[in-house]
Design a protein around this ligand. Structure first.
Ligand code: MG
Length: 242
């Protein structure tokens, strides 16, 4: 009887093993990449800014940006000198960017005037950058919002003058015959905290009116020159996802 039960047991184990193998996937094996610390670019990243120069960026009219490069390997927006664009165009990406809102003349400004900028994927879809530390504004326009479309899940903002980060997963919208086939999506971490969880992009993140899509292909990443307390950026890299 004992032997009989043992045989039944092993047969059952064998059946379970062969059943489980049916749902095992072995190929293709994910590529191995390495990162030293969480903010450092992985081995397959494209470095867009490491503090050296603006060689990967241009402003309107394909001109050299007139923002400032600092000794601490950051760049600072010069208001009025225009937004800057990556020279390379991208589709879906993982983007890492660090930014620091300013402290200069901060008492003069509130609301949307405190270090307002933004990182735009494909020039059209903005994740808002703003000093949202003790600085009330409309919540669909605070730091980490998909501008005027999605309120961040939490406010993970640090004080002005402290470095912060966004890790953005952007799925590009797809168009066929100039018509939208599938919308875009954002997942965003602010200082390591999930603030946008696979939210659907409703169209260009416009300030006035309702968002609408306008067909386009791969396009640059844009950093916005908006208003009023200058802010800085550093350590910008992307990984292509398609
Ligand atoms: Mg903005």
């Amino acid at each position: 009887m004992k032997h009989f039960l043992l045989i039944i047991f092993f047969v059952n184990v064998h059946i379970a093993c062969s059943q489980s193998k049916k749902t095992e996937i072995w190929e293709p094996v994910p590529k191995e990449v390495y990162s030293k610390i969480d903010s450092a670019p992985p081995s397959d990243a494209i470095i867009l800014f490491d503090g050296s120069d603006f060689s990967n960026w241009e402003t309107w009219g394909k001109k050299e940006p007139e923002w400032i490069i600092n000794e601490d390997k950051s760049m600072t927006v010069v208001n009025g000198k225009g937004s800057i664009f990556s020279k390379e165009s991208f589709g879906s990406v993982q983007l890492h960017i660090e930014w620091r809102t300013g402290t200069k003349d901060i008492g003069k400004y509130t609301d949307q005037s405190r270090s307002n900028s933004g990182v735009f994927l494909q020039k059209n879809y903005e994740i808002q950058i703003l000093d949202s530390y003790n600085n009330p504004t409309y919540v669909n326009g605070q730091a980490g919002s998909v501008y005027k479309q999605h309120i961040p899940l939490v406010n993970a903002s640090r004080k002005p003058g402290e470095w912060q980060s966004y890790d953005i997963i952007f799925t590009a919208p797809k168009f066929i015959n100039k018509k939208l086939k599938t919308p875009g999506f954002f997942t965003v971490f602010h200082n390591g905290v999930l603030i946008q969880n696979h939210v659907e992009i409703k169209g260009t993140t416009t300030n006035v009116g309702s968002p609408e899509y306008s067909a386009h292909g791969e396009a640059p990443i844009m950093l916005q020159d908006h208003c009023c307390v200058p802010l800085s950026f550093r350590n910008i890299w992307v990984r292509k996802l398609e």
